[in-house]
Design a protein. Structure first.
Length: 124
């Protein structure tokens, strides 16, 4: 059983940005923002679509190597969201430092980044 704790203040730091980034379901690259028309694309390019297809076929055959890590698309999206939060937390520290923030403020922002990094220790 996993116990997850959240330090106070971290949510406020991380929650300042609410952008929703979409990523290629195979390689994880950011996908360009799509228009409102049609279904949003899942892959950045044809080779990614092909490799994803091959992976699905391998999973169905049970032919994956023993150390393969298979994430569902939901798990991957969740992981990428948490990576994005970590980057935002790091950028917040960078911005604050460039703006001449004091040690107390930087310490608070760093605490938020530690929490974001801790959230990344789980893969799913
Ligand atoms: Zn891709």
């Amino acid at each position: 059983m996993e116990l997850v704790t959240e330090a106070e203040g971290a949510v406020g730091v991380i929650g300042q940005r609410r952008e929703v980034a979409r990523h290629c379901a195979w390689c994880g690259r950011r996908l360009p923002d799509h228009g409102r028309i049609g279904r949003p694309r899942r892959y950045c390019a044809q080779p990614c679509r092909q490799r994803a297809y091959e992976r699905r076929a391998a999973v169905q055959r049970g032919g994956l190597p023993e150390d393969a890590v298979v994430l569902s698309s939901t798990e991957l999206a969740d992981l990428q969201d948490r990576l994005f939060q970590l980057r935002c937390a790091a950028e917040d520290i960078m911005t604050a430092a460039e703006d001449g923030a004091g040690g107390e403020e930087l310490r608070g922002l760093a605490a938020g980044m530690v929490d974001a990094a801790r959230g990344l220790e789980r893969l799913r």
